[in-house]
Every structure is written in structure tokens, then in C-alpha cells.
Design a protein around this ligand. Structure first.
Ligand SMILES: [Zn+2]
Length: 250
């Protein structure tokens, strides 16, 4: 049973993650805040176990997909584990998670800066597909890169703002008269959210997005998005953070 730092894991994970296995283990543990078994908080450096459920499925076009769902718990609550099963391919099982915010881009000190509307977007669980050489590649990251998004290796928002460029026209963000915001790729809606202009946060984001004409989309795998938290550090360190400016259509 390999142990990386304070986290024990199942050695069979290496046959899926290769050299990335230890990085994956430490990142999963860093993201987790509560034990998946007893639900009590996880303390830094206490002995932990990582369990991973892997689901393999074949899409209608023959592509082999691999889905990873991981659980972190106290080692006293559970030993590390790994399960692998096959299941029919069901893209609808993926849940989009998103967060909106406004960032200020300041080209130089003293400049009041430009307010940039941001949509952070991820899908859970993480889905990868198997390349011809057997390597696993993130499905969402690969789709976004093929539409002109760029990999962001640095999670710092100042760098993200400086680096982001316009993506391809096949990717757009639409705001309807009824304030329904949708993110669309190749004509398919991958995320939709009904905003309420009576809510000050929604109103300001809408005003900036429609005024600016584009929204910075920060996407990819392993983004931590909850009601109160947006954390892109793990995504950047795992090489699964992508960014791009998406045109707003009305
Ligand atoms: Zn526990």
C-alpha cells in the first residue's frame, strides 16, 4: 500500500494515472475538507486514505471514457481502495458546477482598471478518454482547448487576466431578454443559469457582461466550486485549468 505524505492509496491507481498518480493523490487530499465516511473535518497531516471509483464506458463513436470519483477519509475510518466497473455511456450523468464573479484587470498602477465578468465552469465527476497510445486525456479540457481556450499553469488571477485571449466563434455565451445565461459550444448548451436582475450581484454581472461584450471563462477539471468557495489552485497544478474570453450574444 503506497503512502504519499499522509495519504495511503491503492497502488492499482498507478495503472490509470501513471506518473501523475502521486500528484493526483496529494491534490485530492488537499481539496477534501471532511471525511467521506464519518463526515468529521480532516486535520492537516493526520493519516488519511484515498478511495477511487473508476467507471469505464464506451461512447457510441467507440471512444473509451474513464470517469474518476474519489473519496478521502481518515485512515481509521477506511483503508484505501479502488473499484473499477463498466457502465453504459451516459453523458447526462455529468453535473455542471459554475460560479460567477467580477475581477479587476489593472494594466498599470494608478490605472482604475477594467472590470472583467468571469464564469468559472466545471463538470463533475471528472471524465477522461483513452488516446490511441493508452494515455488518458481530460474530456472537458480537450473540448475547450479545441475551441481556442488556453491552458493556464498559474492560478493567479492577475496572470489569468493577462493571458486570456478570445476563443473561437463556435463557443459563445448568450443572454436572453429574460436574463437566462447559457454557455454554448458547437450549438450545444453546456451550462444554463437564470439570473435575477433584482439581485444586486446578478444585476452587476449582467451589466458588465453585456457592456463588455465578452466574459472570461475559467474552466476545466478539478476546480473547487461551492456556494462560498472558488479554488483553481488544484486545477492549475494538475494541468487541467483552461481560460478564454467568450463573446456575449443577445
Ligand atoms: Zn472519518
Amino acid at each position: 500500500m503506497p503512502v504519499t505524505r499522509n495519504v495511503a492509496w491503492d497502488g492499482r491507481l498507478e495503472s490509470f494515472k501513471g506518473r501523475d498518480a502521486t500528484h493526483y493523490v496529494t491534490t485530492a487530499a488537499a481539496i477534501a475538507t471532511t471525511c467521506a465516511v464519518c463526515r468529521r473535518p480532516l486535520q492537516p497531516d493526520e493519516p488519511l486514505s484515498l478511495s477511487v471509483d473508476i467507471i469505464e464506458s464506451t461512447a457510441p463513436d467507440g471512444t473509451e471514457y474513464v470517469t474518476f470519483v474519489d473519496y478521502v477519509c481518515h485512515r481509521q475510518c477506511s483503508e484505501p481502495g479502488l473499484t473499477v466497473r463498466r457502465a453504459p455511456w451516459k453523458p447526462a450523468d455529468l453535473t455542471p458546477l459554475a460560479a460567477r464573479m467580477l475581477l479587476t484587470q489593472q494594466p498599470d498602477p494608478g490605472n482604475p482598471g477594467i472590470v472583467v465578468p468571469v464564469l468559472a465552469y466545471t463538470l463533475v465527476p471528472v471524465v477522461a478518454f483513452r488516446e490511441h497510445d493508452g494515455e488518458l486525456t481530460s474530456a472537458l479540457v480537450s473540448i475547450l482547448l479545441s475551441h481556442g481556450f488556453q491552458l493556464a499553469m498559474n492560478p493567479d488571477y492577475t496572470d489569468v487576466l493577462d493571458q486570456a485571449t478570445e476563443v473561437a466563434g463556435s463557443c459563445s455565451l448568450t443572454v436572453t431578454g429574460g436574463n437566462l445565461v447559457t454557455l454554448n459550444i458547437d450549438g450545444e448548451t453546456v451550462y444554463a443559469e437564470q439570473l435575477d436582475p433584482a439581485e444586486p450581484d446578478d444585476a452587476e454581472w449582467l451589466e458588465q457582461a453585456t457592456g463588455e461584450g465578452s466574459v472570461l471563462v475559467i474552466g476545466g477539471d478539478n476546480l473547487v466550486i461551492t456556494e462560498t468557495v472558488l479554488d483553481v489552485d488544484a486545477a492549475a497544478s494538475l494541468g487541467t485549468l483552461v481560460i478564454g474570453k467568450v463573446t456575449v450574444r443577445f
